[in-house]
Ligand binder design. Sequence first.
Ligand code: 5RP
Length: 220
Amino acid sequence: MTQDELKALVGQAALAYVQPGQWVGVGTGSTVNHFITALAGIKAQIPGAVSSSVASTQRLRAAGIAVREADEVDSLPVYIDGADEIDGQGCMIKGGGAALTREKIVADLAARFVCIADVSKRVAVLGGFPLPVEVIALAVPQLQRRFAAIGGRAVLRAGVLTDNGHPILDVHGLRIGDPAAMEAELNQWPGVVTVGLFARHRASVCLLGTPTGVQTIDFG
Ligand code: 5RP
């Protein structure tokens, strides 16, 4: 199976976590795009979706699914999103699609985070995928110096501004053995808007697409 077929598999499997009659939180990316396609098939069962990006909002609306923004709901039973990497505790690197800030906001509303990912995303230690960090433009040089001091090479993502109008630094060379500690530390650095580490908002469940089918990993 191709990577895209594995993504389609978990996008379909995630329907099992959508609660009839309830709004569902929807992430961003190519795996989530498959989920949105599947969700369109059961759209009559839900009032709609809370979106994490302009791109997902457009795709949801094109599929005939009503959309609300994060500031229009108080809570959600479930948030469904992809990841760039996921470790054995359900901690993730996210933000490859530049939607990390709104993704974290919607995830924060949700009782459960269901991660959908193909098997290539499963790692022992986070950091092989460059860590995305949304930042205030004025802080870029100082943040690059700070990352260099901890062994990271922070590269400005060329030609990209987030939906919030900010640049992204992709930080190469970090080995993230303690994601919660690193997320807490980086959150203190002036100019950091959002760190693409999801440790406080780790996955409750991961639906991992493998060549032999969907593996469900429950992180409790
Ligand atoms: C977007 C994200 C995505 O979930 C992540 O990049 C995975 O994307 P894909 O499903 O395309 O592999 O965090 O900001």
